[in-house]
Design a protein around this ligand. Structure first.
Ligand SMILES: [Zn+2]
Ligand SMILES: [Zn+2]
Length: 251
């Protein structure tokens, strides 16, 4: 599998980082995890054929994880994508889709065959040779899912947005790459929203992934890269990196 970090930023404006998005390519399929603002532009920078997207998995309905969905639909229509676009997300996906497509932009609904499906907890979704399982995270009051993507005997886990969460640790156990959010530095923060570097130290020790890629990085975190890496790497042998947009990994 090839993993490309399309967007590694947050909702804070950052000239170097767009919002959440990951492209996963297997031998036969291409899956997107999240489609935040700027992700469509990153795909076009890669000269990626939008008609080749097999499915999109949206982790939750905060704008930084789904706001390029409509621009993608419009671009797919204009580039004559023939295949249906499969979109998966937490149960609220049907209300969200009705709001942003049928109500806000009804002219788009007839232009593209979009197939919306809700993700049931711990259910496995098969997309060709890729299987995707999910679990709920802890992220304020919004139903948010972490994903484990498996193909060809390899696995990637994407935490999406979450405070330290036991079910995400279980999902990530012994994975080849754990892509975990690191939204803010250590310090006083609202409970149950995001994860700090010191909290990641414990998560990584427990999950024991082979490699760790930090994403959902606020400018504060990026400005303190060395300090963050030192904290997060304290109790693991795994290689830990702060991701940047368009960085890719092969497993
Ligand atoms: Zn969020
Ligand atoms: Zn977010």
């Amino acid at each position: 599998m090839k993993i490309t970090m399309l967007g590694t930023g947050t909702s804070y404006p950052d000239p170097e980082r767009v919002q959440s998005g990951i492209l996963i390519e297997s031998d036969n399929e291409n899956v997107l995890l999240d489609i935040g603002s700027g992700v469509l532009h990153r795909l076009t920078q890669l000269q990626f054929d939008l008609g080749d997207i097999s499915a999109i998995f949206i982790s939750h309905f905060h704008v930084d994880h789904c706001s390029d969905f409509l621009t993608l639909c419009q671009s797919m229509w204009l580039t004559h994508s023939e295949e249906p676009l499969r979109v998966y997300g937490p149960p609220f996906i049907h209300e969200w889709s009705r709001g942003v497509r049928d109500i806000a932009f009804p002219y788009l609904t007839e232009k593209l065959d979009v197939q919306i499906s809700r993700l049931n907890e711990n259910e496995i979704t098969q997309v060709g040779d890729i299987s995707v399982s999910n679990c709920p995270t802890i992220h304020s009051t919004v139903d948010t899912r972490a994903f484990r993507v498996e193909s060809e005997g390899k696995s990637i886990v994407f935490s999406s947005d979450t405070a330290p969460c036991r079910s995400v640790v279980e999902l990530a156990r012994n994975t080849d790459i754990l892509i975990h959010e690191c939204n803010w530095l250590d310090g006083p923060h609202p409970e149950g929203v995001h994860t700090s570097p010191s909290e990641l130290t414990q998560i990584i020790e427990d999950a024991d992934p082979a490699r760790v890629v930090l994403t959902h990085l606020s400018p504060d975190v990026v400005q303190n890269t060395e300090r963050v890496l030192e904290i997060v790497s304290r109790r693991t042998e795994a290689k830990v990196v702060l991701a940047h947009d368009l960085q890719s990994f092969e497993i």
